[in-house]
Design a protein around this ligand. Structure first.
Ligand code: ATP
Length: 444
């Protein structure tokens, strides 16, 4: 599709908004319209539902004339208006993404059952569950969850996906980070497959977009997302978004998106209180099959306060260290392991550049090689180590880390971190190597 037809339609649509129509008329009949092409003297417009197509074609409501009039006003040219159906009769766009593929983006561990509810996340949890149980009744479209790093936003989002899938495996569910959305959108323009991109995103029953704040300075992505949002919303399809801040505080986010985000329900997640931290650690120890004494749990919960990812990381470190040394987990071992990291002497300026330099030096690579697209093991493994260290030693979010390592996506970073953690538990040499890399990075 050329940008001309898109611009023409966008301008015409603005004029439609100025007409004396009800919001429901606009949402039902006009928002779903996608501009397709200008051919000869006709503007071809697509809709994905047959009943919308039939309605627009009917003469008695004058919609076609209205469109013709505003198109002429916007483009200065009288064009015939033709409508085409862009999807099958069910309103499902083609090509169909199959449900199993969508679900593969969801972490199987992130369910409502494994989510510990405490004061800090009670409301976000309740809202997420209500949306998962019955999206229409929940009146929370979009559901917007915000909060600091590592507090469980992604976990809740995936839990909604799992729950809906269990209730109805035919539901089309898609989870992406806003980075993935942006990259796919750009690639679709470059390869002339913008229509396919739209069909994919606009045909979901549940669209989950993580870290939406990252689209804020990208104008055309915001515009595309705006239309995706409108189309899904008009068809009562549920949208769930997460961010590190509430909509109004996201700098450079367009006003029209800020106001749409507020149409639904905005909920926050706070840092967990001590009781919740203890409960999370107990759960984690149990699910990992470790018998961790209460005093050790309490010790970690008292010292690691800021976020749940660090809390889990601290527990893994303590259990791994104990396994490698005495075999018994005691408060003393916990104190030894956590001392340098959590007792106020955490180094302040650990940057991703510093981490890359140290890891590259150890494995005799250049930073370009580390950031390259190549996936051979001699490059991929040090890259995974560096991603893991960035996750451990900085507050960077997963999408940001992916971006720093050659524009990789969030799921690649998760995979890298999980792999290195697993390997460290099995391989004492690797554990020691990584501990010493950390020391070097921290300048000790
Ligand atoms: N209430 C909770 N109960 C159990 N585990 C939790 C809870 N909250 C978070 N976690 C765990 O903490 C880790 C970090 O959570 P998650 O990735 O959802 O954070 P986030 O808020 O999306 O962070 P980011 O902004 O960095 O993406 C995950 O392993 C998650 O399972």
């Amino acid at each position: 599709m050329s940008t001309d037809v898109k611009t023409l339609w966008d301008d015409a649509f603005q004029l439609i908004l100025e007409e004396n129509l009800y919001e429901s008329q606009i949402n039902t009949w006009f928002r779903p319209i996608q501009p397709i092409a200008i051919r000869d003297d006709a503007l071809i417009l697509g809709v994905s539902r047959e009943f919308v197509l039939n309605h627009l074609k009917k003469n008695n409501n004058n919609y076609k004339n209205l469109i013709r009039r505003v198109v002429k006003e916007a483009g200065g040219r009288d064009l015939d208006i033709q409508f085409v159906l862009t999807a099958d009769g069910e309103g499902r766009a083609m090509p169909a993404e199959n449900a199993a593929e969508s679900l593969s983006h969801l972490n199987p561990k992130y369910t409502f059952d494994s989510f510990v509810v405490g004061q800090s996340n009670q409301f976000a949890h309740a809202a997420s569950l209500a949306v998962a149980e019955n999206p229409i009744e929940a009146h929370a479209n979009p559901l917007f969850i915000y909060g600091g790093v590592g507090l469980g936003k992604t976990h809740l989002m995936h839990a909604i996906g799992h729950f809906m899938h269990r209730n109805d495996p035919n539901k089309r569910i898609l989870y992406v980070t806003s980075e993935q959305f942006t990259n796919e959108f750009i690639a679709s323009i470059q390869t002339n497959r913008n229509e396919e991109f739209r069909r994919k995103y606009r045909s979901q029953d549940l669209l989950l977009i993580d870290d939406i704040q990252f689209i804020a300075d990208k104008e055309s992505t915001m515009d595309e997302f705006f239309h995706t949002f409108n189309e899904l919303h008009a068809r009562d399809k549920q949208i769930v978004l997460t961010s590190d801040k509430p909509p109004k505080d996201i700098q450079k986010l367009e006003q029209r998106l800020i106001s749409r985000f507020a149409w639904g329900l905005v909920v926050d997640i706070q840092a967990p209180d001590l009781e919740t931290r203890i409960a999370i650690l107990r759960n984690k120890a149990e699910s990992d099959g470790f018998d961790v004494p209460d005093e050790v749990i309490n010790y970690i919960a008292t010292h690691v306060k800021s976020n749940i990812r660090e809390l889990e990381g601290a527990l893994s470190r303590v259990t791994a260290y104990s396994k490698l040394t005495t075999g018994v987990i005691t408060e003393e071992t916990a104190a030894t392991v956590l001392k340098d990291i959590y007792e106020n002497n955490r180094p302040v300026a650990i940057t991703v550049e510093r981490i890359k330099d140290v890891v590259c030096e150890k494995y005799q690579l250049t930073v370009e090689q580390m950031d390259s697209k190549k996936r051979s093991r001699p490059l991929a493994y040090p890259r995974q180590i560096a991603m893991y260290l960035t996750r451990e030693l900085t507050d960077m979010s997963l999408p940001k880390i992916g971006q720093e390592f050659g524009g990789r996506d969030h799921s690649t970073v998760i995979h890298a971190c999980d792999k290195i953690k697993d390997d460290m538990e099995k391989d004492t040499n690797l554990y020691v190597t990584i501990e010493s890399l950390k020391e070097t990075i921290k300048g000790n």
